[in-house]
Design a protein around this ligand. Structure first.
Ligand code: ADP
Ligand code: MG
Length: 239
């Protein structure tokens, strides 16, 4: 265990650029984004459509690499990794939640949550135990045997959150997690994120909804590929 002060930030983004294509048709999706996120922070990334949110999310999630600048994830320089190492880092460090829940139909909630552990080679008994704990964390212990089509949208998204958490990732990264939900289910998911934040999880949520951002500790706003605002709403907690 390193000393508190020596622990690197979870995210350290330094002057990152992303250009799609080349020449006359090049799109400058990110034009020099810098951002650090410490462990335990809860950040909403906002911005109009086309401002670069998904591009940034893909880079933060190690699904894509920047054109320029540097990105360190928990101290690891992502730009120096090959595809295979990038995949390992992604699987170990990041729990993804998407707008569409992406659950596997005709598989119980429990089995869906166990899936990332099965890929990771965790034994069956241990998988069961950890999946149950993750489902408890999102308040769905009593729905473990239900299949996705027997659950509401909000419950399905909670299963997806449990699946993201089950590997104990360094970062929970969500892209428009409430985009497909009604207001009651949205409140439900935001409540789950609030609780996860209170227990020290690091959360970055990409959203265009003020209601979602109102739950975060900090709001970062993108415009035309640049950070134009970075406001802390709730004091940072020492962890
Ligand atoms: P947001 O998620 O905020 O809507 P995006 O990151 O998806 O923004 O897009 C930022 C800009 O980059 C937009 O102009 C978009 O058209 C462009 N873009 C995104 N992905 C690609 C791609 N794969 N190829 C070319 N242009 C892209
Ligand atoms: Mg987007």
């Amino acid at each position: 265990m390193t000393a508190e002060g020596a622990r690197p930030p979870v995210l350290d983004v330094r002057d990152v650029t992303k250009v799609y294509g080349a020449g006359d048709t090049a799109v400058h999706a990110l034009r020099g984004v810098s951002l650090t996120v410490a462990q335990g922070d809860y950040v909403a990334v906002m911005g109009a459509s086309g401002s670069g949110k998904s591009t940034l999310m893909n880079i933060l999630g190690c699904l894509d690499v920047p054109t320029g600048g540097r990105y360190l994830l928990a101290g690891t320089d992502v730009g120096r990794l090959d595809e295979r190492r990038l995949a390992i880092l992604r699987n170990r460090r990041i729990g993804f939640v998407f707008q569409s829940f992406n659950l596997i139909p005709r598989m119980s909630a429990q089995a869906n949550v166990e899936l990332p552990l099965a890929y990771g080679g965790v034994r069956a008994a241990e998988r069961r135990r950890r999946a149950q704990a993750a489902l408890r964390e999102v308040g769905l212990a009593d729905r473990a045997r239900h299949e996705p089509n027997e659950l509401s949208g909000g419950q399905q998204q909670r299963v997806a959150v449990a699946r993201a958490l089950v590997t104990a990732p360094t970062l929970l990264l969500a892209d428009e997690p409430t985009g497909a939900l009604d207001s009651a289910s949205t409140a439900d998911i935001l409540g789950v994120f609030d609780r996860l934040s209170e227990t020290g999880r690091t959360i970055v949520v990409i959203t265009h909804e003020d209601e979602v951002a109102a739950h975060a500790r900090r709001v970062v706003r993108l415009r035309d590929g640049r950070v134009v605002e970075d406001v802390r709403r709730v004091p940072e907690v020492a962890r």
